[in-house]
Write a protein that binds this ligand. Sequence first.
Ligand code: GLA
Length: 745
Amino acid sequence: MPIYVNEETQQFHLQGRNVSYIFSMTENEQPGQLYYGKKVKHRDDFSHLRQLPAEPLGNAAFPYEGNQLFSLEFLKQEYPGFGTSDYREPAFVIKHASGSRTSHFIFKKYEILNGKPGLEGLPATYTESDDEAETLVVTLKDSVAGLEMDLFYTVYHDRDAIVRSVKLRNVGDDHVVIERLLSTSVDLPHADFEFLHLHGSWIRERHVASNPLRKGLQSIDSKKGVSSSLHNPFFALKSKDATESHGEVYGFNLVYSGNFFGGVEVDLYDTSRALMGMNPFGFEWKLESGEEFQAPEAVMVYSDQGLNGMSQSFHRLYESRLVRGEWREKERPILINNWEATYFDFDEEKILDICKSASELGIELFALDDGWFQGRNDDTTSLGDWTVDHSKLPNGIEGLSQKVNGETGMSFGLWVEPEMISEKSDLYKAHPDWVLGVKDRPLSHGRNQFILDLSKQEVVDYLDETLSGILSSSPISYVKWDMNRNMTEVGSDSVPADRQGEVSHRYVLGLYELLDRLTSKFPHILFESCASGGNRFDPGMLYYMPQTWTSDNTDAIERLKIQWGTSLVYPLSSMGAHVSSCPNHQTGRSTPLDTRFNVSMFGAFGYELDATRFSEEEKIAVKKQVNFVKENRKTLQFGSFYRLISPFEGNDTAWMVADVEKGEAIVAFYRTLAVPNPSLKRIRLQGLKPDALYEIDATGQQAYGDELMNIGLLIPPMFSGTVTTDRTMIKGDFASLVWKLSEVK
Ligand code: GLA
């Protein structure tokens, strides 16, 4: 039983596989946090966990006269407001009709549901059968304000995730304005944590940063209208002694693709309040009498197996209970994309040549990138006009896709950027009012383009119709859905002046509606989301599109950091990773073909180059790569991923993926720069069966799992500056090696 309730003491104990989450109502009838961490045995009463001071505290405020031992200032809470004696960062702020922002929500009732209800209009993790999870709904009320609030907590029996969300209902007569309604807030009892998060930029996404918590508020956010590469909607609180494989970690991730806020406030008593939700900055939502507002959900993962334990919990949950549809847990086709091969400069003949060369090497899918529609010869024009450019493709998308299918046997995919509009386009001429913007103000450009106002129903309907037309007229089995700029001048004439603070969220809701319609209509299509690479890599998008183009940066060495950071939260099957040509287009660096492959095989694998230009030697190598991926795709995309040596800490990187059921593992080692006279190295592996004997393909040696995990895998000799022999397997800059381990049965 994952949810225990003590009605008398109003205590709730949520128990997952290895996790306990306990809270109860406090003296002022609002929920107070008691414990979140490793699973503990259930007992009837956990009241003793409520720590209150023994004597009145100086300079504190107390809600009840005569009770100087009860102040919200030192109470650990579940969903704190502001204005009634707590001065920390609140989880919600509501402006009432009176103009006041003081709320006081108290317990009204609770309910336990089998399974997990969906979130209307929003992406969310789910259950397939009611016995996978239970959901606790605690309803609070503020009678003065005429408001009710549902706090949702889902706990899965066999997972370590607690999923939270909040719904606010206006049951009063007046409207209120929601200024902040975060998705989760947890008060943890100490501050001995590091605040770990993923920051970055275009072509440098999701680098790992970790700093000890300090007093006060430390936070990450996005104000860009997308979840953004500046900060991912994820952070972890990691015990100072926690590593990749040991120690306690709490991960927080928001299932949302727009502006977000994540932060931790360390207060005067060294309590850490962790908060995550939609960004209150620039946001307000007018809630009329009788209306409800649903905040997105936050996924919280607890691990006592270090960061790898946390990541694996996120991966398993997202692979199987966030991603939906036909492509869920299905091996992804090996694709080739023409962007870096041709940019805008291609025609049907060139594309067919690439496809023919690629199909001979065993590549399975061709994705036609930007430049296929009317007038699109550079990035200054035509977004919005989704009609084919017959000068490049005389037989249209239909003719080209049929030829690709018929002549090469590959399936066909198409790039689109539906949320955008170029000023130079017929769509702009017809509908200048469809552009997101603020009246009478000039619009900032981003990649020479504007954003369509998806808060307008007519725009969503138009895009649905246009895209449905394209997708149903040709045999398209893959779509790369791009979004190449951040939002500015966020405004819309779809709502009045007092609702302009709703526009960026309404945009996201419009986008979700559009994606919901299209993915339901075209369930066989594999959708890959992209936003100048990884500017919108978040669980919200993964709900609709099972994979995301991880980064426009295809340099193998840069990808080590990007894929390492991304893997903190997101499964390998969700990370688009391609081999591209050298010198690399983003860094100018040249790396060996095998290293480019050794990095990108750990993801939704493909190529991003001109396959007609391979030398004979490269063709042999690529054929081998393709075969290797086909043979090991299940392990590479859905095995358990372990980060071993961090690229953020030195010259070497190592990681591995293990499929315990299949008795296989694939281990990779990368050395960025050659080291003269290098030391002899061993890497301790993880996730193997201790008693199983493994054969190691690169060396033909055999070793037991416990040896490999405790003594380590011996890295073969590296070039030491004298002669290269048959045994020298690592030489020069940007070298790498991959081993396959197979259980000897
Ligand atoms: C973005 C994408 C690229 C490519 C171009 C096309 O930058 O991230 O992969 O599709 O757009 O314009």
